[in-house]
Design a protein around this ligand. Structure first.
Ligand SMILES: [Zn+2]
Length: 180
């Protein structure tokens, strides 16, 4: 990856008011739709999953109303890499503008690319696979597992079509976020 860090800021209406060059490059590398046209849009347009949104809203409220700053690890994998990042969420003195800065901590190549993240691969909409949007693990048979393990257990590579991803948050990450 060429992007080591990225940052963005939102106003009191949660609209993106400032994004840096790293944000645009990261968006392009990860195939985000409409990322070139980000300013003025709601932060929530870029967050997948209702319960992820709910938790992030909670975090934001705590940052704005008192704790001022939270720092958390999260995963942000690409098709060919696993990527550990740290995100720092900090409010200005008024609590209205909030700055997000993410930094790459570690990136390693996968042994085999994981097509689950390729938006070009057709998916079967009747078939859902729950995914934690914070740690990038998948719920298979009641257990949250890494993508390689999910692919093995569900024999994803032998299917003609992949299940649709259902973005949510696993109990471990939800506990971690609520404790932040
Ligand atoms: Zn998780």
């Amino acid at each position: 990856m060429t992007v080591e860090s990225l940052s963005y800021a939102i106003d009191d209406q949660d609209r993106l008011v400032r994004v840096d060059d790293g944000f645009y490059r990261f968006a392009a590398e990860n195939g985000w739709d409409g990322a070139g046209d980000t300013l003025g849009r709601s932060l929530w347009d870029f967050v997948a999953g209702d319960d992820v949104k709910k938790l992030q809203r909670l975090l934001l409220r705590r940052v704005r109303e008192g704790v001022r700053e939270i720092q958390l690890p999260f995963r942000c994998d690409g098709p060919e890499v696993t990527r550990e990042m740290d995100i720092r969420i900090a409010a200005d003195s008024t609590g209205r503008v909030v700055l997000f800065s993410a930094r790459l901590v570690n990136e390693s190549e996968r042994e085999e690319p994981q097509p689950l993240f390729d938006p070009g691969v057709p998916r079967d909409d009747e078939d859902f696979l729950p995914m934690c949007a914070w740690c990038d693990r998948f719920l298979v048979g009641g257990e949250w597992v890494e993508v390689e393990e999910a692919a093995r257990r569900l024999e994803l590579f032998r299917r003609a079509r992949l299940p649709a991803l259902d973005h949510g948050i696993c109990p471990q990450c939800s506990g971690q976020l609520l404790a932040a």
